[in-house]
Design a protein around this ligand. Structure first.
Ligand code: KIV
Ligand code: ZN
Length: 511
């Protein structure tokens, strides 16, 4: 991946033999503003995390509600990963972890001057006494105990180490270092972790927030210095700007350091999507690894390179993380990209048709318009259809409506050269005509009307009707139909037939 021999560089790192992935999507992630997950949603996410291969799942904060105790308990019973419950250093919280029947507690107390003075109103001695009592209570009740000095990175160095020393002496199994407000920089992370590693034999864990956009960089630095465990979340969600992102950490360890954790990276994109849906926090398109643009290319130069060898403009393959490559059509598109897209849709254009489509794309781009794949297909298919004989033609339309009978339409179509006729009723004349058309084309194509828009082009009773429809088929193809007529029913029928013809061209080109 680099022209530098990472294996030589790794020899100067203090990498731990095993790096544990402690996922806190369901705890710190759920603390992200606006996120509230039901018990069932938490279980579904936990099962996906388990399949992904994380070592520990922080399932929640049991003391916060009976639902949270239930969720933590049900998660513990449905995953192989170790299920962790969060607790303040208070007996009531630890009892809630025990009520959830968990074996592993993550307990914390604020240690920085700000937390001591403004939040806890405790002096240093009281903080240490409270921490010791909580760890001892947890150990006495058979729990594995991970201990955090909340706001550790703004705590006086001596007091931080003194607190950790006290809880180690009380039996703490993991020492976690939270950068609660994300103020760390790698230059400070490195000596801090090095000192913790040389001072304690207890495994060191890190929990870094992303306020300065450095959570993943700091986590990697900590790992280089021997941190044994990283707290991460899917999509990096968490308090404020979130936590270190699981997908970034796992992929960079694999791709840049040659370190493979027991994580199935091919599930990263789908779990990111799932968590995005469940939490309502959609990833920005430029989010590393899982964003919509992570493997999308538009500029002519890049697409040309990608089409020859994807590594020219991609650091890893999208398949590695279960994502997919996307060639985007727009103002920057070059001829290579457009040709490959048309090939993908099995649409053959001659040189003149190609030039016309290419020109239209540039013109639309210059007007600031984005061109979706559907737009491109519609443009190309329109080019093809204007040169080809359309498969379906309207021969005749007759409408009947009486005060006592439902509106009826008699429609005569020519379908692939054969005339067919059908009368049908409907709630109105347009509906009746569409029912007749649906019947007539049923053996030719499956098509559903998705959108119908009617606009009067000018006012008055003689206004022209402009109808725009979108149809779709069971393969997800979409086609647009447009027609203008002084009769609303006729404009509607012609627009629908236009969209059916375009759909047939797409379907037949795909065969
Ligand atoms: O960021 C933080 O300090 C936390 C604690 C609960 C450990 O999430
Ligand atoms: Zn946190």
């Amino acid at each position: 991946m680099h022209d530098i021999d990472i294996e030589t560089i790794k020899k100067n790192m203090n990498l731990a033999d095993k790096i544990y992935i402690f996922d806190t999507t369901l705890r710190d992630g759920e603390q992200a503003p606006g996120v509230a997950l039901t018990v069932d949603e938490k279980i579904q996410i936990a099962q996906k995390l388990d399949k992904l291969g994380v070592d520990k799942i922080e399932a929640g904060f049991p003391a916060s509600s009976p639902g949270e105790i239930k969720a933590c308990n049900e998660i513990k019973n449905s995953v192989d990963a170790t299920t962790v419950g969060l607790a303040r250093t208070v007996i009531k919280d630890i009892n809630a972890v025990l009520d959830a029947d968990l074996d592993y507690m993550h307990t914390f107390i604020g240690t920085s001057p700000l937390h001591r003075k403004y939040k806890l109103k405790m002096d240093k001695e009281k903080i240490i006494e409270t921490a010791i009592n909580a760890v001892e209570y947890g150990k006495d009740h058979g729990l594995t105990v991970e201990f955090s000095c909340e706001d550790a990175t703004r705590t006086e160095r001596d007091f931080l180490f003194e607190t950790y020393r006290s809880v180690v002496d009380s039996g703490a199994d993991f020492l976690n270092l939270p950068d609660t407000v994300g103020v760390l920089i790698p230059a400070i992370t490195r000596p801090l972790i090095a000192d913790l590693k040389s001072e304690f034999n207890t495994p060191i864990s890190v929990h870094f927030h992303n306020d300065f956009g450095l959570a993943t960089a700091n986590t990697l630095t900590a790992i280089e210095e021997g941190a044994n465990q990283a707290h991460v979340t899917i999509n990096g969600i968490g308090e404020r700007t979130g936590n270190s992102s699981l997908e970034e950490l796992v992929v960079v360890l694999h791709a840049a350091y040659g370190i493979d954790l027991d994580i199935d990276s091919t599930q990263l994109y789908s779990i990111s999507e799932f968590v995005g849906k469940m939490t309502g926090i959609k990833m920005p398109v430029n989010k590393p690894i899982v964003g919509d643009n992570a493997f999308a290319h538009e500029s002519g130069i890049h697409v040309h390179g990608i089409l020859n060898n994807a590594l020219t403009y991609e650091p890893i393959s999208p398949e590695l993380v279960g994502h997919s490559r996307r060639i985007v059509i727009g103002k920057q598109t070059g001829a290579h990209a457009l040709k490959s897209k048309l090939k993908q849709y099995h649409i053959d254009l001659n040189d003149e048709q190609f030039e016309r489509v290419f020109k239209q794309i540039k013109e639309l781009g210059d007007k600031g318009k984005t061109i979706t794949d559907d737009d491109l297909r519609a443009l190309a298919v329109t080019e093809v259809s204007s040169a080809k004989k359309t498969p379906i033609k309207l021969i005749d339309l007759e409408l009947f409506s009486g005060s006592s009978s439902s509106p009826t339409a008699k429609v005569k179509l020519e379908i692939d050269g054969i005339e067919k006729e059908k009368s049908a009723t409907g709630v109105g004349p347009v509906d009746a005509a569409l029912n007749a058309i649906r019947y007539l084309i049923q053996n030719t194509t499956d098509i559903e009307l998705e959108e119908y828009n009617l606009e009067a082009i000018n006012g008055g009773t003689d206004a022209l009707a402009d109808v725009f429809v979108i149809s779709s088929d069971s393969h997800g193809n979409k086609s647009k139909g447009i027609a203008t007529n002084d009769d609303i029913v006729m404009a509607s029928i012609l627009a629908v037939i236009d969209s059916i013809n375009k759909m047939l061209l797409i379907q037949r080109a795909n065969k």
